[in-house]
Design a protein around this ligand. Structure first.
Ligand code: PHE
Length: 520
């Protein structure tokens, strides 16, 4: 690669800046919503162990592999894999040309850029919801809904023999009496009102849906235009520490609810019966999504590293941070779920936007808790959308030689437009609500879910599989080793990495893919 291009590409200003940006990519809605949700669904314990194994055996080696390719090739995913076809290491050209046969590695890069484009188009819509809810929290809207529900229940409760009261009691609190009965009825009614607001006022409002999607794409593009150290690094250096502080504060309030020990027991008690092939596959698949692997996001961030950065250490820190945050999210949400006896499995994503805001409201400093919680979600989402967009923009800048600013604005607009059906498919527009593109196990998926399914179930695992094959089998020992620091071919770290990336990761990912194809 020519020097001029190298200089223009930009670099991380500091090691910590890179770590925070990469951890920001990894930590997102996957950690704060999806992980707690699937952990609850598959009943903690055994599922958590499988997840941790998946992170260790697939996630960590692949993270090192992506950083290695990025650091070696100093290009976007397409450019990096295109370079692999000819000579991955210009320092060692002879070795390569002997062994080389044409392998279309660039397809892996294209798949990655396509996945970045697709994921960003709908992730930004959901991220927009978190932004809107931050504003709702600031305006105290959840409190108003709660107070209205309380007033309604109190009025109805004045005559405990009335048909209305008996109906509501049967529905919401059949076995409770006194204060508990009242509390449960108020909470349930308020949650129902929140669901209505979420469904018929928010999701069904095309302007809000498109508007917040636009704002999120705008914010993401704004950061991307600033460049690597001036935009991404600067922004994540502010947002990530804020995110950590918010998490600690929320953890504190959640611990005070009293169901903390129950949560710990839930998370670490083995219930082997809940371990099915389905839950195992979900754990493996989620390992990709949560660590932003399989599509070149980590590879692209790795391409802005300098020669001296230690891949293994960086990958371990990023993976540990991501995993810790996923667990802290459980420690924040589960005590609330257990204490207030909520049923998250019936709501899925809904619980974040319907029941939780009502519950936060009753906690210590509730108004602030809800503001902090939705801010946390928006911050986490923003640092992830930034990395998704960087994949697309770095591809355009490197390969088409277009300036960063123009590349960002045009790709931002195109992704925004491609995301509009995702914004409208949950009731805001009849046409888009009725469209189904894919189905998953017989269930018809709308636009947003279809593209989520395509990207997370197919593109990421396939990408991960080929990255593992490329680094594990196509690259030579010298080519791999030249990117490691203080590690030689005989060290235990290198040997374990080589074993995992050659045999364990591709076999496990291969099993996921074969299962999805329906081979078994
Ligand atoms: N890792 C992010 C999350 O957990 C999502 C993501 C996937 C971001 C792929 C970038 C690339 O939410």
């Amino acid at each position: 690669m020519d020097n001029e291009n190298k200089e223009k590409r930009g670099q991380w200003g500091s090691k910590i800046g890179f770590i925070l940006a990469a951890a920001g990519s990894a930590v997102g809605l996957g950690n704060l919503w999806k992980f707690p949700y699937i952990t609850y669904k598959y009943e903690g314990g055994a599922f958590v162990m499988v997840y941790l194994l998946a992170i260790l055996l697939i996630g960590l080696p692949l993270m090192i592999a992506e950083l290695l390719v990025g650091k070696k090739m100093k290009k976007n995913p397409v450019g990096a894999f295109k370079g692999m076809e000819a000579s991955p290491d210009s320092a060692l050209p002879s070795k390569r040309s002997e062994k080389s046969m044409f392998l279309p590695w660039r397809i892996v890069g294209w798949m990655g850029v396509a996945a970045g484009f697709i994921i960003l188009s709908y992730y930004s819509v959901v991220a927009g919801w978190t932004l809107e809810y931050t504003f709702k929290a600031v305006r105290g809207e959840f409190n108003i809904v709660y107070l209205n529900a309380k007033k309604e229940i109190d009025t109805i409760s004045q005559n405990k023999n009335s048909k209305k009261f008996l109906e509501l009691k049967k529905q919401y609190a059949p076995k409770l009496e006194g204060k508990e009965e009242n509390e449960k009825m108020v909470n349930s009614l308020a949650s129902k009102k929140m669901s209505k607001i979420f469904g018929s006022k928010f999701l069904a409002n095309p302007w809000k849906q498109i508007g917040f999607h636009f704002i999120f794409m705008f914010l993401t593009s704004f950061v991307i235009i600033g460049g690597i150290s001036g935009g991404i690094e600067k922004c994540t250096k502010i947002l990530m520490p804020c995110l950590f502080v918010i998490m600690i504060l929320l953890l504190g309030t959640s611990m005070m609810t009293g169901a903390f020990m129950e949560t710990i027991r839930f998370l670490f008690t083995w219930k082997l019966s809940s371990l099915t092939s389905h839950s195992i596959l979900e754990a493996l698949g989620h390992a990709f999504f949560t660590l932003s692997l399989g599509m070149g996001a980590i590879l692209t961030y790795g391409s802005y590293l300098n020669k001296k950065t230690d891949l293994v250490k960086s990958a371990i820190i990023i993976t540990v941070l991501d995993t810790c945050i996923a667990f802290i999210a459980c420690l924040i949400l589960f005590p609330i779920i257990f204490h207030y006896n909520l049923q998250p499995e019936s709501g899925g994503l809904g619980i974040l936007f319907t029941t939780l805001p009502i519950i936060f409201n009753q906690m210590f400093m509730g108004h602030y808790v809800s503001i902090l919680f939705f801010m946390l979600l928006s911050f986490a989402a923003l640092t992830s959308t930034i990395s998704l967009m960087e994949v697309v923009v770095s591809y355009i800048v490197d390969e088409w030689k277009i300036t960063r600013k123009i590349a960002t604005i045009t790709s931002g607009l195109i992704i925004f437009v491609f995301g509009i059906p995702s914004a409208l498919c949950n009731g805001a527009n009849d046409f888009f609500t009725k469209i189904t593109i894919f189905s998953n196990g017989g269930e018809k998926l709308n636009w947003l879910d279809s593209f989520d399914y395509l990207a997370t179930n197919w593109l990421l695992p396939l990408g991960g599989f080929f990255i593992a094959i490329c680094v594990g089998w196509y690259l030579t020992d010298e080519e791999r080793l030249s990117e490691f620091i203080l590690v030689d071919g005989n060290s235990i770290i290198y040997k374990s990495f080589k074993f995992l990336i050659r045999f364990v990761s591709p076999v496990l990912v291969g099993i996921i893919i074969l299962n999805k194809i329906g081979v078994f």
